[in-house]
Design a protein around this ligand. Structure first.
Ligand code: ADP
Ligand code: MG
Length: 328
């Protein structure tokens, strides 16, 4: 019961971007090679995430929107040991369904019929056979229509879209082998090819100029510490024209906020005598999940490491090294 309560404490949906994050994660977990994210009015009016992943049979679909259901944890002990943290909590679809009008249409890759299920304000209102290619489409309409308190905190659509764009971009960069497309009000923002090539992916999402300012973080010869590896991209201060700080961090493939990684990048920049430049970086950290605390923040975005100082040292070293390298 304690575990269940802890899971229940998680608040999943704060704004359109948090729903987008959960839906993209689900698509990637479902082995998709193509994920299309389309939002309307910054995601406030509508969010649609479509994938060509494994899909769901009718029974699986019905279970998927129940409270605390996940197909991803074999044993509840996995939760305690940390194996299943960073996203596998089986609460996202249920939580999204509670605060929107949710429609999921899916067809199992393994064969069988497509099914469409609708949820409004937390209640399943319809389940019926449908037409859909193998894979899943999740539509979230009228987010927070039944939660005026939350609606009040939504920002301008352009700001909400910035957040959606940041999340989608980050997942595209973290998964160069997945073709990710983002559309806003029927206009394509970017589309990656899914070729597996990181440089090509950076080019697709940020354009040539930004891509050329980026250095590869390879994390070779980093000091020993909690992180098994640090890789990614960081803009060189001299070529970087960013007008605001931009930093996304992935821990074991999950998009999170890790303040210590940000501090490490800022310090590495200072070492390069570029204190007036805004760092632009995407970092992928791999670590033993048992040494990560994901319960710091109710939205499970913020993570802490058991030894933050050691993690910082490793990241800072990896970034400093990258800034000495030639451009892409
Ligand atoms: P979690 O991802 O933590 O398991 P979710 O609420 O996000 O919880 O999803 C519940 C379940 O629904 C997943 O475990 C998975 O079995 C199924 N599911 C969700 N999205 C997809 C998808 N895009 N493709 C296939 N199955 C999915
Ligand atoms: Mg999920």
């Amino acid at each position: 019961p304690q575990t269940v309560e802890r899971i229940a404490a998680g608040e999943v949906v704060e704004r359109p971007a948090s729903a987008v994050k959960e839906l993209i994660e689900n698509s990637i977990d479902a082995d998709a090679s193509r994920v299309t994210v389309a939002v309307e009015n910054g995601g406030i009016d509508g969010i649609r995430v479509r994938d060509d992943g494994v899909g769901m049979a009718r029974g699986e679909l019905e279970r998927a929107v129940d409270e605390h259901t996940t197909s991803k944890i074999a044993d509840i002990d996995d939760l305690e040991s940390g194996v299943a943290t960073l996203g596998f909590r089986g609460e996202a679809l249920h939580a999204i369904g509670a605060v929107s009008r949710l429609t999921i249409t899916t067809r199992p890759r393994a064969g069988g019929e497509a099914t469409e299920l609708t949820v409004a304000g937390g209640n399943v209102t319809d389940v019926r056979p449908a037409g859909h290619p193998s894979g899943t489409t999740v539509e979230v309409d009228d987010l927070f229509y039944n939660v005026p308190a939350r609606q009040k905190y939504l920002k301008q659509p352009s700001t909400e879209f910035d957040h959606v764009n940041t999340v989608t971009t980050s997942y595209a960069l973290a998964n160069p082998d997945v073709a990710v497309t983002l559309e806003h009000d029927d206009r394509e923002t970017f589309a990656t090819t899914g070729s597996g090539d990181l440089q090509e992916t950076v080019m697709a999402v940020y354009g040539r100029e930004v891509a050329q300012a980026m250095r590869t973080v390879s994390g070779e010869d980093i000091p020993d510490g909690p992180l098994d590896s640090v890789r990614g991209l960081v803009s060189h201060p001299e070529t970087n024209r960013a007008s605001r700080e931009y930093l996304s961090t992935f821990v074991n493939g999950r998009y999170v906020t890790a303040s210590v990684a940000r501090e490490a990048v800022v310090d590495a920049y200072d070492t390069q005598l570029a204190p007036d430049r805004y760092p632009f970086a995407v970092l992928f950290l791999e670590v033993d999940p048992a040494t990560v605390d994901v319960n710091v923040h109710p939205r499970k975005m913020e993570v802490r490491f058991a030894d933050e100082a050691a993690v910082k040292k490793q990241v800072e070293h990896a970034v400093e090294q990258a800034l000495l390298e030639e451009g892409l």
